[in-house]
Design a protein around this ligand. Structure first.
Ligand SMILES: [Zn+2]
Length: 408
């Protein structure tokens, strides 16, 4: 090695060392208030972060902070338990990926990951696509800006096979690195939502997943498909648009999480009708059903709010056209669904973290947790639309967005 190379090598080591030292220094963030994700509001908050973790949260003193977010509200990074990060409008504006190269498809997914992070979502669960696996790895390496990503890779449905074949399919998912298992236990709501998998198929998938310590997310619209999921020992029911008081009560009593999607997914299909029409079941009849389903889901959600002990988590089912607008689900639940803002925010933070079994790492502003923090302009507890104004995003102690106005 020449002396020039040695000097260069030492210079590189120097830069690496100084950035490592810089990261070791505590970072402080000051805000008008912090909602900690678990129901506590800390006024005049100061949060200390070191080595990617939250060290503490307190009511601030006069000392200057690394990030002065006066006038803003600090929240834990938001979590969406149900997105389809691979879905996008392609070159011709259609909501399908026909004729795309794999690199084009994965770049669309990277774009969706980026806009989702910029919207304040620091963790999402993609339900799910094989593309997620490489995107998850790139985000985890820190080379791609996106939310912490969990994926189900491939779904289980009525055609996966016999209960034994389904168990083998679930073991293969585990071997391929799935974080959870997605089941389609009913038809799409656009096709009436009737049960598709048998009770035995559902129980086989959820039983095998549980033995492998994998969570299960069950797409279920009709009452019987919801009951099959609960009785089959599954973790979460998603959609549940036709849930009656009986199924809502059953989920609550058995501790099954419920993830209704009432404020973004259907509205997005209608707003982007021209991008979807003619693809699969997106026909006139399907759209007519989508229109009808919005008030139906709202009524179901209002019934769900009355059920004591029902764990209502926040997943959007975001697809093409909805990425980066995930908070609209929370806003709708509060403004139209009359859910108290604190409960809706807990649903998207601490309760969501619990549902994905990451409560020891994320979902709250508390000492020891990963430093996933966002700041919004305004107070979301009194004006939930503040979630549309995300001006600061930190994930694992790294700032990905900071467009907060500079203060003198
Ligand atoms: Zn979905």
């Amino acid at each position: 090695m020449s002396s020039r190379h040695i000097a260069l090598a030492l210079a590189v080591i120097g830069v690496l060392a100084s950035s490592a030292i810089a990261q070791d220094q505590p970072i402080t963030i000051k805000a008008a208030a912090a909602f900690d994700g678990r129901g506590r509001v800390v006024p005049d908050a100061i949060v200390t972060v070191q080595r990617g973790r939250i060290v503490g949260i307190a009511t601030g003193g006069a000392a200057p902070a690394t990030y002065d977010l006066r006038g803003l509200t600090l929240l834990p990074g938001l979590i969406d338990t149900h997105v389809h990060l691979d879905t996008h409008f392609g070159k011709d504006g259609r909501a399908e990926s026909k004729g795309e190269t794999p690199s084009q498809s994965i770049l669309y997914e990277a774009e969706n990951a980026y806009v989702t992070l910029m919207a304040g979502f620091t963790t999402v669960q993609s339900i799910g696509s094989p593309l997620d696996v490489d995107v998850r790895a790139a985000i985890a390496r820190g080379v791609l800006a996106g939310p912490r990503l969990l994926t189900s890779i491939r779904p289980v449905n009525e055609n996966t096979g016999t209960p034994d074949e389904i168990r083998a399919f679930v073991r293969k998912l585990k071997a391929d690195g799935a974080d959870l298992v997605k089941l389609f236990a009913s038809k799409s709501s656009r096709e009436g939502g009737t049960q598709t998998m048998t009770d035995e198929q559902v129980a086989a998938a959820c039983g095998e997943a549980k033995s492998l310590r994998l969570r299960t997310w069950v797409h279920a619209h009709s009452p019987s498909s919801i009951r099959a999921a609960v009785n089959g020992g599954c973790s979460v029911v998603t959609h549940g648009s036709q849930a009656t008081a009986q199924e809502l009560q059953l989920m609550a009593s058995r501790g099954v999480y419920f993830e209704p999607n009432i404020g973004l997914v259907s509205q997005n299909y209608l707003e982007n009708r021209s991008h979807y029409v003619g693809i699969g079941n997106f026909d006139d009849q399907g759209f007519a059903f989508t229109e009808k389903s919005i008030p139906m889901k709202l009524a179901m959600f209002k019934n769900a709010l009355k059920v004591t002990g029902l764990k209502l988590i926040m997943g959007t089912d975001a697809g093409a056209g909805a990425h980066g607008r995930n908070a609209e689900e929370i806003i709708y639940r509060v403004q139209i669904g009359s859910q108290p803002a604190a409960a809706a925010l807990a649903g998207a933070t601490s309760l969501n973290a619990q549902s994905i079994e990451l409560r020891d790492r994320i979902g709250a502003i508390a000492a020891g947790l990963d430093a996933d923090l966002i700041a919004v302009a305004g107070d979301p507890l009194t004006d939930i639309t503040a979630l549309r104004r995300v001006v600061f995003v930190m994930k694992n102690g790294v700032v990905y967005k900071n467009v907060a106005p500079r203060r003198p």
